[in-house]
Structures are given as C-alpha cells and as structure tokens.
Design a protein around this ligand. Structure first.
Ligand code: SF4
Length: 135
C-alpha cells in the first residue's frame, strides 16, 4: 500500500483553507487539516472535511458528451466546443442575448469567474451572470 499526503487548497470557497489530501494507492480517500495554514489554522468546515468525496465519484463527467438521436455519445473536445459555440450563436441570433444565463461556481478560480463574466457580457451581450455563492 502506498499512502501520500498532498498539501492542497480546498476547492469549495474563497476562504482558501488548506488541507492534506490523503491518497492511498492513487485514490483520494480523506482530508487532514493543515495546522500551520494562516487561514484555516487546523480547522475546516463540513465541506472541506468532505472535499475528497467528489474526486472519484462515478457520476462525475470526465469526457465531453453530445446527445445524438436521443442518446449521449462521447465526442472530442474540439467537436464539443465547436458544437456549443455554434448552438450558442444560433440561439443568440434567434432569440437574443438575454436568452442566456451564466452561472459560475465557487470551485472555479477568480480568473475563471472573471472569464465567464467576460463571456457573458462581452461576447454574448447579457448581464445575466451570477455565482453560486449568491444562490
Ligand atoms: S473548508 Fe470550508 S471555509 Fe474552508 S475553503 Fe473549504 S469550504 Fe471554504
């Protein structure tokens, strides 16, 4: 058995608590708070304590899928991104920019949230953009 403790930042909110992800034989199995971190000081909220659980969840999407003839089929990233961009522009043309609403996530970095805001306002032309922390 190979057991590692990997120091990382909690992905759930902007507090940025640190913990050691316990990895046994390549699989994340637990979390140990980091006592020396200046924010968390050895404590975590319930989300941080369970941050390892989604990593290997079998329901997690790991590959792009497109529904074809009523069934999801695995496709390449290029095909998925081309399809999504084409459909978004078609919808914008047909029903206007406010047909869209963009929801970002606390699991994203500040930079990723900023880019989603730019996509919403600058590319698609709508102010319908929000973040899960306000929902
Ligand atoms: S442990 Fe809780 S408070 Fe700390 S970063 Fe994670 S979600 Fe936020």
């Amino acid at each position: 058995m190979n057991c590692d403790f990997v120091l990382t930042t909690c992905p759930y909110c902007g507090c940025g608590c640190n913990f050691y992800l316990q990895v046994i034989d390549g699989k994340a199995v637990g979390v140990v708070p980091c006592k020396t971190h200046p924010v968390s000081k050895g404590t975590l909220c319930i989300k941080g304590w369970n941050a390892h659980q989604f990593v290997h969840d079998e329901k997690r999407l790991t590959k792009p899928l497109i529904k074809k003839s009523g069934r999801f089929e695995e496709v390449s990233w290029d095909e998925a991104l081309d399809y999504t961009a084409k459909r978004m522009l078609e919808i914008k043309e047909k029903t206007g920019p406010d047909s869209f609403g963009f929801l970002s996530s606390a699991k994203c970095t500040n930079e990723e949230n900023y880019l989603l805001m730019k996509l919403s306002r600058g590319v698609m032309g709508t102010n319908n953009v929000d973040h899960c922390a306000r929902l």
